[in-house]
Design a protein around this ligand. Structure first.
Ligand code: SF4
Length: 42
């Protein structure tokens, strides 16, 4: 979906506008370092 961008292989950032909260990244992360949190509407 293109919501995650990895910068120089050092860290990743999620684009809130593109993320649909499906949780696939958390399920498939081999290091289990991704967690989902409820989105807080502003
Ligand atoms: S929750 Fe889904 S849409 Fe959001 S970053 Fe993870 S895989 Fe992509």
């Amino acid at each position: 979906m293109g919501a995650i961008r990895v910068y120089k292989g050092l860290y990743a950032r999620v684009d809130d506008a593109k993320c649909v909260g499906c949780g696939r990244c958390a399920k498939e992360c081999p290091a289990s370092v991704i967690t989902l949190e409820a989105r807080h509407e502003e």
